[in-house]
Design a protein around this ligand. Structure first.
Ligand SMILES: [Zn+2]
Length: 165
C-alpha cells in the first residue's frame, strides 16, 4: 500500500506555524519566548493569527501540545481550560475558527489529529534539543529532528557509552 501525498494533507504553512509555536521553548538556547507577554504579543502580531490573550495560557497549551507529541519530562502539564472555537459557514463550506491565536493553533493541531497525522508531530529526543518537527517519512520512522545534527550526535554519544563499558 502506498501512502503518497493526498488531498487531505494539511498545508505546510499550517504545520510550520504549529511547529514554530511548539518551538517557542528552545532547549538548546535555554530560552522561552513565552516568558514574556510582550514577546508573545509580538510573535502573534507578526503572524496575524488573532488575539494573543493570556501568555500563561499560551504557555500551558504549548507545553500540553509538546507533552502530547511525546516531549520527555512533560507528563504533568496543566491544561488551562476547554478551548472555545466557533463554526463559520464560509464559501468553501463550514470551517472551525477562533479569534484567539491559541485557538487558531489548537485548531491546526486538531486538524492534524482528525486527518490522522498528529502522530507525525514529534519531539527530538536529544535532551539538548527537544525540537518539535514534522515527520514526513513514508513510514513515520524519523526519530531525530535532523539525522545530520542530533542523530549523529546521539550515535556518537551511544558509542562513547559503549566505549566506557
Ligand atoms: Zn534534535
Amino acid at each position: 500500500m502506498t501512502e503518497g501525498p493526498s488531498a487531505t494533507s494539511p498545508h505546510d504553512a499550517e504545520i510550520e506555524l504549529l511547529l514554530a509555536f511548539m518551538n517557542t521553548a528552545d532547549a538548546e538556547l535555554g530560552t522561552d519566548l513565552l516568558d514574556s507577554g510582550s514577546a508573545w504579543e509580538h510573535w502573534v502580531a507578526e503572524r496575524g493569527i488573532g488575539e494573543p490573550g493570556d501568555v500563561r495560557a499560551a504557555r500551558q497549551v504549548r507545553d500540553a501540545l509538546r507533552a502530547s507529541a511525546g516531549a520527555p519530562g512533560a507528563e504533568r502539564v496543566e491544561w488551562p481550560r476547554p478551548w472555545p472555537v466557533a463554526v463559520a459557514l464560509l464559501e468553501g463550506g463550514p470551517e472551525l475558527t477562533s479569534e484567539e491565536a491559541v485557538g487558531t493553533l489548537l485548531l491546526t493541531a486538531t486538524r492534524l489529529a482528525v486527518l490522522g497525522t498528529w502522530n507525525r508531530v514529534k519531539i527530538c529526543p536529544a535532551d539538548t534539543c527537544l525540537w518539535a518537527f514534522y515527520d514526513r517519512s513514508r513510514n513515520r520512522s524519523r526519530a531525530w529532528c535532523s539525522m545530520r545534527v542530533c542523530g549523529n550526535r546521539a550515535k556518537s554519544r551511544n558509542w562513547r557509552h559503549r566505549a566506557r563499558r
